[in-house]
Ligand binder design. Structure first.
Ligand code: 5RP
Length: 222
């Protein structure tokens, strides 16, 4: 890949490389976002090989169905073999920040149900330490202000993503300047605040494999 590759080219390269992760007859979990959109478009060419998809958002469901890919309810499928999703940040030890697209809760549910979680991204998402990207937290509407105060006590600066309602009818707080050195501990602490549905730290259940599109080609980290 040339040094002039655009970020979109790098996302597409990672997404297309993830097609090789699919085995015949599988139900494929599908995440959300611009990188995953490339994956869904590539999956359309393989739809005869898979049984169906499980989706993490209304947007991905719509795109999958537009390609003629059947979308099943996770309550019907039980655990699935494979989940493919993007990230806002990823570390080499497979911890992620997700939720830039506000789909974090369903993404976390499908990731938990999957035996393998393959994360696809352009190389700019790889970081030494999580936290430069503001952490999305999905919050029950009546608890927005309470949760924001608790997040300040944890050292963060929450900002309400005004105008955004999640697929679950909730709100998003984006939290700046949290210390995510111990990502597992912070994930637990935030998820214990009453009114939090979940936060966008994926450390308890991180990725199993990162596929990164870079100017030098696709880099795989396992
Ligand atoms: C959506 C997500 C996305 O995976 C994340 O925001 C990355 O998106 P993109 O592929 O558009 O960069 O977590 O909630």
């Amino acid at each position: 890949m040339s040094a002039e590759s655009s970020q979109d080219d790098l996302k597409r390269a990672a997404a297309e490389a993830a097609i090789a992760e699919i085995e015949d007859g599988q139900i494929v979990g599908v995440g959300t976002g611009s990188t995953v959109n490339y994956f869904i478009d590539a999956l359309a060419n393989e739809k005869h090989r898979i049984e169906a998809a499980v989706s993490s958002s209304e947007a991905s469901t719509e795109r999958l169905k537009a390609h003629g890919i059947e979308v099943l309810d996770l309550n019907y499928t039980g655990d699935i073999e494979l989940y493919v999703d993007g990230a806002d940040e990823a570390t080499r030890n497979m911890h992620l920040i997700k939720g830039g697209g506000a789909a974090l809760t369903r993404e976390k549910i499908v990731a938990e149900a999957a035996k393998r979680f393959v994360c696809i991204a352009d190389g700019s998402k790889l970081v030494d330490r999580l936290g430069a990207f503001p952490l999305p937290v999905e919050v029950i509407p009546m608890a927005r202000s309470l949760v924001a105060r608790k997040l300040v006590l944890l050292g963060g600066q929450p900002e309400w993503r005004e105008g955004v309602i999640t697929d679950n009818g909730n709100l998003i707080l984006d939290v700046y300047n949290l210390d995510l050195t111990d990502a597992v501990k912070m994930e637990t602490a935030i998820n214990q605040i009453p009114g939090v549905v979940t936060c966008g730290i994926f450390a308890h259940r991180g990725a199993d494999k990162l596929i990164l599109g870079t100017a030098n080609g696709v880099e795989v980290i396992e």
